[in-house]
Design a protein around this ligand. Sequence first.
Ligand SMILES: NC(=O)c1ccc[n+]([C@@H]2O[C@H](COP(=O)([O-])OP(=O)(O)OC[C@H]3O[C@@H](n4cnc5c(N)ncnc54)[C@H](O)[C@@H]3O)[C@@H](O)[C@H]2O)c1
Length: 323
Amino acid sequence: MIKNFEGKTAFITGSASGIGMGIAHACAKHGMKVCIVDKREDALEEALKWYKERGYEASAIALDVTDREAYVKAVEKAEELYGNIHLLVNNAGVSAGSTVWDSSWNDWDFIMGINCMGVVNGIKIVVPRMLKHGEEAHVVSTSSTGGVFAVAGCPLYNSTKFFVSGLMETVAADLEGTNVGASVLYPGPTNSQLGFSSQAVRPDALKDANAPVFAPPKDGEAPAMPAMPDFTQIFMTPEELGERVIMGIERNDIFIWTHPEFKAGTQLRNDAQVRAIPDEPLTEKRKERAEALKFFGSLTYNPMYEKQTTPPGLAEDWDRSKE
Ligand SMILES: NC(=O)c1ccc[n+]([C@@H]2O[C@H](COP(=O)([O-])OP(=O)(O)OC[C@H]3O[C@@H](n4cnc5c(N)ncnc54)[C@H](O)[C@@H]3O)[C@@H](O)[C@H]2O)c1
């Protein structure tokens, strides 16, 4: 939980473009010192200009989030520059593969290394430092609406995003009672460079011959996908999304949703889970088991979820010209 952003330090991975950039811009506008962190050094340098032109305190740190030694060094560099880190955003992510059976082992290793272990690396390296300095702090990790219910055709991406959801809910539970809050971010469609950057950051060792290559999108364009209409004017802008993330951190929300369009689908999936639980009378034996399960902490019921309320949201005509 961060109530006052002024003068605090943010460390945001995957922030050379798209959603990470939008969050980083919002952090700067709210008075934070910002470390933009990304594997694409050229994109980082380009991104840094925005802060310099506006006189915001920001630095670019090149990092591949899968490299643990380099991650520690990047965090040490951020601390040298700006002192304690108060906000960690595990946002670097990629897409890969098709069905489980048609995707290659390289697809799996590539996507899980970044989308899953990249997030673990950030938490394992930064959160102990936050707990140690004791000032108000927060960790956000970017999942996806595909981390809440199934989207046909994207099992690799979906499963890594489900991983992020489960991880962050448990991290939030483990951080209860500390000065560090935790949120999982579920962006809906947002203009970004994901199609291009997923190709650009893929190490040679994990590339497959004959894999399709997308053309790089122009600045601010949606990911280039074959045979897709141009949704750039319809998708959310990273700037708007960034404001919503700031609001979620301030509210200490476990779940940060950006798009109201996903309510019915989420409800459908969660209701199906509840319906699938057998409705059986509590026999003496079952009552005994229910009592025994209370020894396992929040195994059957976690009151943490009761705290989540509905955010006020932004006005429908959130002014794009202010971006
Ligand atoms: N754009 C959307 O509609 C959308 C929706 C839901 C979730 N997401 C998620 O949002 C996050 C940001 O993606 P985006 O859509 O803004 O795309 P983006 O390509 O604009 O940003 C992703 C950034 O992550 C960086 N990156 C990738 N691998 C890295 C690594 N190993 N180390 C460091 N940096 C690395 C890329 O260079 C890129 O700058 C991702 O986790 C993505 O899965 C995006």
